[in-house]
Design a protein around this ligand. Structure first.
Ligand code: SAH
Length: 191
């Protein structure tokens, strides 16, 4: 296996590990609102295919060989750097959200609006981290399908999910969330 493929694999294992640790902690925290529907589930499944199934096929089988290509040597180095930033931000967002985290559109009992840490200036640091991870995937895996399926599927999920999530947060937290929206950006700090 090429060194850059191994870097992606290690990053993916760390990513899944972070999810597993924090997912386990929130498991017992009761849910009081759920906006999960088939569309959201289908999009989460698509992201799973784009960021885990296709990379796994590329790494462990010859099936996606037809879509291989070569990137200039500096690109995977950038990918590795982006991967480190993505994993740091992913971890920090989980720490700051704490027991309020859900994989999908849900609100928990005693849900608190988090506006500190990496949530101080942007509303969706976890999605920003997932975007960065998908970008790193494209820069590390030198295959059109396995490299870029992550970014395409994450973009789809983000475009559909974010407006719905913000609507749900406005309904739940009212003016507190509306004020928070005024002083923050979605993925980048508001100028
Ligand atoms: N969109 C956020 C959180 C992703 S997890 C991000 O990208 O960082 C999704 C769940 O987190 C949502 O269903 C909602 O329940 C919760 N959530 C999102 N923003 C929140 C905030 N600022 N404070 C508390 N909970 C939040």
């Amino acid at each position: 296996m090429q060194a850059w493929n191994l870097v992606y694999l290690v990053g993916l294992i760390v990513y899944i590990g972070i999810r597993g640790v924090f997912g386990g902690r929130t498991k017992r925290n009761e849910k009081v609102v759920s906006r999960v529907d088939r569309a959201d589930r289908a999009l989460v499944a698509l992201v799973f295919v784009g960021s885990i199934v296709l990379p796994a096929l590329y790494l462990f089988t010859p099936w996606l060989g037809f879509a291989d290509y070569r990137l200039p040597a500096f690109v995977p180095w950038c990918g590795a750097a982006i991967m480190v930033i993505a994993l740091w931000l992913f971890w920090r967002a989980h720490v700051d959200l704490g027991l309020n985290w859900s994989i999908t559109l849900e609100m928990r009992k005693d849900h608190e609006l988090v506006v500190h840490g990496v949530y101080r200036r942007i509303r969706h640091p976890m999605y920003a981290a997932i975007f960065l991870f998908a970008l790193a995937q494209g820069f590390l895996l030198q295959n059109w399908l396995a490299g870029w399926a992550g970014l395409v599927t994450v973009a789809l999920l983000y475009l559909v999910r974010t407006p719905r999530e913000e609507k749900m947060m406005c309904e739940f937290f009212g003016d507190s969330y509306r004020d928070y929206m005024k002083r923050t950006g979605r993925l980048f700090p508001r100028l």
